[in-house]
Design a protein around this ligand. Structure first.
Ligand code: ADP
Length: 294
């Protein structure tokens, strides 16, 4: 046990995670090269980048599934590689894209799995464990599903249960790999506002730090405090949504022309593919022409 690491609830706006000069890969190949960034406690950061740019690989390093070849990761000021596994699992939780239990579990049982890092070798569930599970169910609005089998849920419900399981772990850093993929727009907003609320403590979360891989630039811009844009295994841009989502950056990373407008609801950058806008104009114009002809 590391007991000298200090309290988990530190003041907001301190650096919780520092990644410096990270290089990592599979076999002999390198995927991430010279990746450096910091995460402030209680912030919501979106990891963006084209397919294959190394987003999932980065999450794998941060939950120590992969070991860095070079560079280091400091969590709460301590080298990630030196945390005992159980202590790490109390601090960092991961919601992956396709975790499925091998057996049919109820929602309550799945969420209770999040307590495993807190259980002693011979001890059963304590009142604190039960409270943490109840709180996770409540925060994610999944209490009414507690008795249902995981396999019977919709994608949106399942995703909220996966987040509940991670919250039952009571981590201080939550990593998510594409938490809104396969969700319709209303469930996307539900999940993102839940994550945002957890970083603010506004739904009882108490300043969780969230790092989420996302594909939708506009949702990321609307909900995240900071964006980290990866390109070919390197950090191409990092900063506020306004700093990262510029037409020039998007053209160089994604290879397409875009317009960056302003989201009329929240004022964040709003990216529109210029080509799509033009082709719709062309379609509309040719539709008007053909209707005149007909
Ligand atoms: P992203 O999440 O941005 O799509 P990934 O981190 O999944 O990117 O992948 C980055 C690169 O690493 C890709 O070229 C991918 O093929 C490779 N890669 C990912 N996982 C493995 C693996 N288990 N073994 C070998 N190569 C992998």
């Amino acid at each position: 046990m590391i007991s000298h690491l200090g309290p988990r609830e530190a003041a907001p706006r301190t650096v919780q995670l520092r990644v410096d000069g990270l290089a990592c890969g599979y076999g002999n190949g390198l995927v991430l090269r010279g990746v450096s960034f910091t995460l402030e406690r209680g912030s919501f950061t979106g990891v963006l980048g084209p397919n294959g740019s190394g987003k999932t690989t980065l999450l794998r390093v941060l939950c120590r599934v992969l070991v860095p070849r070079r560079g280091y990761v400091l969590l709460d000021g301590h080298d990630l590689s030196r945390f005992p596994r159980r202590e790490l699992a109390r601090r960092v939780a991961m919601v992956g894209p396709d975790w499925r239990p091998q057996f049919e579990f109820t929602v309550a049982e799945v969420v209770a799995l999040g307590r495993i890092p807190h259980l002693g070798p011979w001890s059963g569930e304590s009142p604190a464990d039960r409270r943490a599970v109840e709180r996770a169910l409540e925060l994610t609005g999944t209490g009414a599903l507690a008795g249902r089998l995981l396999g019977s849920l919709s994608e949106g419900e399942r995703q909220r249960v996966m987040i509940a399981r991670a919250l039952a772990q009571e981590p201080s850093l939550l990593l998510l790999d594409e938490p809104t993929s396969h969700l319709d727009i209303s469930h996307q907003v539900q999940v993102l506002s839940l994550l945002h609320g957890l970083t603010r403590g506004g739904v009882g979360g108490g300043g969780l730090t969230v790092l989420a891989v996302m594909h939708d630039l506009n949702l990321a811009a609307a909900w995240c405090d900071r964006l980290l844009l990866l390109h070919e295994g390197r950090v191409f841009a990092a900063g506020s949504p306004e700093e990262v989502l510029t037409p020039e950056v998007i053209r160089r990373v994604y290879g397409g022309e875009v317009l960056v407008l302003r989201n009329p609801v929240c004022g964040s950058p709003y990216v529109v593919p210029a080509l799509a806008a033009r082709s719709r104009e062309i379609t509309a114009a040719s539709g008007a022409r053909s209707s005149r002809v007909g």
